[in-house]
Design a protein. Structure first.
Length: 131
């Protein structure tokens, strides 16, 4: 249903289920991982995600206890993040790496209390505090 890849094309993946919603995370780790005001992710069950090329080029960074982030070893593109708890069966795919259209889906901002001071959330989407 969805295909994606990293910036250099070394890593490719497929998702065989719909992405139901998007989260725009404003925590400092997502901001740093993306080099942007926030990271945008779509949650998918692990069973619906698979690498189709370059899995051996994927590096993992353990950013905090129980949380891992993956990226391409060549171009550094953020690919996904996942947590051991509370839902290890899910992972979050960096939506900017999708090569197929996502369409209009529900979206929300998370960790808005951690947002960059230079960014104003003004799109009217729901904001979910997680502190």
């Amino acid at each position: 249903m969805h295909r994606g890849s990293c910036l250099c094309g070394a890593v490719k993946y497929e998702i065989d289920a719909p992405i139901a919603c998007a989260s725009h995370c404003h925590c400092s780790m997502c901001r740093k991982a993306h080099g942007a005001a926030f990271g945008s992710y779509g949650n998918v069950r692990r069973e619906h995600f698979r690498f189709t090329a370059g899995e051996d080029q994927v590096a993992t960074y353990h950013s905090s206890p129980g949380v891992s982030r993956t990226f391409c070893r060549h171009c550094g593109a953020t690919l996904q993040w996942f947590a051991e708890h509370p839902h290890p069966e899910w992972l979050s795919v960096a939506l900017g790496t999708l090569d197929t259209p996502l369409g209009v889906i529900p979206q929300k901002h998370i960790f808005p209390e951690s947002k960059a001071d230079w960014y104003q959330i003004a799109d009217g989407l729901p904001q979910e505090s997680r502190s």
